[in-house]
Design a protein around this ligand. Structure first.
Ligand SMILES: Cc1cc2nc3c(=O)[nH]c(=O)nc-3n(C[C@H](O)[C@H](O)[C@H](O)COP(=O)(O)O)c2cc1C
Length: 277
């Protein structure tokens, strides 16, 4: 399946069926996790596929997701060494895992808040200086969304995304980017727009300038204070980079990530990185 199609298909799954993941898929997933170490800002990152099939339900409950996730027996867990831009790197790499699982027909759901971080950190044998930004359950989707899942989707406005004009600009924050002017990049930008973000806050903003695409964070006031060193909206930015890069490459649009703040009018948003043609 194409990456762009996979990005379009992905949706958070919070209710899992008890159909087991086939051994060959488990193997492919594990192999994917093992080779997924190339983070754009160079953070040291590692992933594990935790299989709770053999564990009794009470132990799984201790590792819980506060009732948000139903029926999941497998989780992908990531650990990253704490360094500048470690959150963006873990967002970028974990999203690759999520897309790989999606392409195999499996459901996933980013969890950065509603899971027992301490419990997973113990299982992951987190080393000194490592952080555990997020996990995702992985497995076959249950047919019906549980009530709690439907409530969660409703409160996060999960089926809504901000309109293009609010996210993408040209030359500076004052001029919305015209789709025509984006040309072939309209598709990578759309892949950013439909991506997942914590509480669906969609903090990514992109300004096109002289053929390059500059990425900025528009923070939600107060949002990231809750989670200490784990910065959800920086993770969101890494996901946006992943969607943008993979879809661009699939379309043959070459470029590289560079720290090259164009010093254009951004309305006080935080500059992150640029995709340079
Ligand atoms: C960094 C991050 C953290 C998230 N944390 C949670 C979480 O703790 N619990 C949860 O149920 N969903 C969580 N989500 C899922 C979002 O709510 C979801 O991606 C968003 O509402 C868009 O819906 P969609 O993924 O179905 O497109 C998180 C997503 C991201 C990207």
């Amino acid at each position: 399946m194409s990456i762009i199609e996979t990005i379009r298909m992905r949706v958070s799954c919070r209710t899992y069926s008890n159909t087991a993941i086939e051994p060959d898929k488990m193997e492919r997933l594990t192999e994917n996790l093992r080779s997924n170490t190339n983070a754009p800002f160079g953070s040291k990152i590692r992933f594990e596929l935790m299989n709770f099939d053999m564990m009794d339900m009470s132990e799984l409950k201790g590792l819980g997701t506060y009732g948000v996730i139903k029926g999941a027996r497998q989780f992908i867990v990531g650990a990253v060494v704490d360094q500048p831009k470690a959150m963006e790197d873990s967002g970028y790499c974990m999203e690759k895992n999520i897309l790989a699982a999606t392409a195999m027909g499996l459901g996933t759901c980013w969890l950065g808040g509603t899971f027992n971080r301490t419990g997973f950190a113990e299982k992951m044998k987190l080393a000194e200086g490592e952080l555990l930004p997020a996990v995702t359950p992985v497995g076959y989707s249950g047919n019906r969304r549980s009530l709690i899942e439907r409530l969660f989707r409703f409160s996060a406005g999960a089926d809504n995304r901000k309109p293009w004009e609010e996210l993408f600009y040209e030359g500076g924050i004052e001029t919305p980017l015209n789709k025509g002017s984006a040309g072939s990049f309209a598709t990578p930008l759309e892949c950013v727009r439909i991506g997942p973000s914590a509480s669906n806050k969609q903090p990514w903003r992109i300004i096109k300038d002289q053929g390059n695409y500059h990425f900025y964070i528009k923070r939600t006031a107060g949002y990231d204070r809750v989670f200490g060193q784990i910065k959800m909206q920086n993770i969101d930015m890494g996901i946006a980079m992943c969607h943008f890069e993979l879809s661009s490459r699939e379309m043959g649009l070459d470029g590289v990530w560079k720290l090259e703040d164009p010093q254009i009018k951004s309305g006080g948003m935080e500059y992150l990185v640029s995709w340079i043609m």
